[in-house]
Design a protein around this ligand. Sequence first.
Ligand code: ATP
Length: 331
Amino acid sequence: MMYKVVLIPGDGIGPEVAEATQRIVEAAGVKIDWIVEEAGAHVLEATGKLVPQSVYDAIERYGVALKGPITTPVGTGFKSINVALRQKYNLFANVRPVKSYPGIGRYSDVDLVIFRENTEDLYAGLENRISPDEVHGIKVITRQASQRIAQEAFTYARQMGRKKVCAVHKANIMKQADGLFLEAVREVAADYQDIDYSEVIVDNMCMQLVMYPEKYDVIVTENLYGDILSDLAAGLVGGLGLVPGANIGDDCAIFEAVHGSAPDIAGHGIANPTALTLSAAMMLDYLGEKESAQRIRKAIWEVLEKKESLTLDLGGAANTQTFTEVVIHAL
Ligand code: ATP
């Protein structure tokens, strides 16, 4: 089977980690016809647009994309491309698995999957300037979007044999908005008696994750809390070079690493491709190529465990190319 997947290498280290990822996926034996589309700061000058129309056309046509980082120029009035893509294609679930690797990061037993609602909350973009000295930012929570993300989290938990789902909220203060979110999640939880359901207030969750990350399993939460918790969680396991992500909608899915374009190391060939490669593994799961996805994860696990070919961000001396070749060898 030959799959067609849109590849957006993006800015900074994007093209370097994208090339590594393509090689690793190929070595895993999955045949992909990559539809390469350029987007990001480097095409802005030539086209006047961060994301040319052809990128949208390709995403709509093929429905699956692997995306590198796209830098949103600061202070230029550009809306975040990442937020725009999620809203445009109604990619309602942002899924971020955060897992420790042996001997890397501060903890040895983190194995979390964060399900972050991706389309509403304070990201709805509803800010009203009431007067020169007053702004109202509106938080939007709907029963439908809350149920949908909860459904996604519980379905995943059951499918993957995970035991616990924890909803993170601040309903003690935002009684109506977060109250509705919890009400919706509880309705879904009631259909999953086999899964241990709990609720934790977001500030407490920050402390819990730093002190006892091993106690948590699947986390389901609103957009802003999910954003903050997933960076916190990345910090528990050794940083941004390792954490993948998926944005899933009904008709379309975009897979991307949590990290940005890393301008400080771009062009040096030393970026860690693990985060994007693991995002590609999530994509292979989505396409039904679960066995190849698992082989890629296992190969990366082995290479990280041996520690001989770690990239700079993990304290090693290997460059992107060496690391990639070692992973391919492990495959
Ligand atoms: P952007 O504005 O594009 O989000 P940023 O510099 O704010 O970029 P990141 O690009 O995520 O944020 O980088 C944060 C730090 O993590 C940088 O020091 C960067 O070099 C490092 N980093 C991020 N991703 C990787 C990676 N894949 N490999 C190695 N180092 C990385």
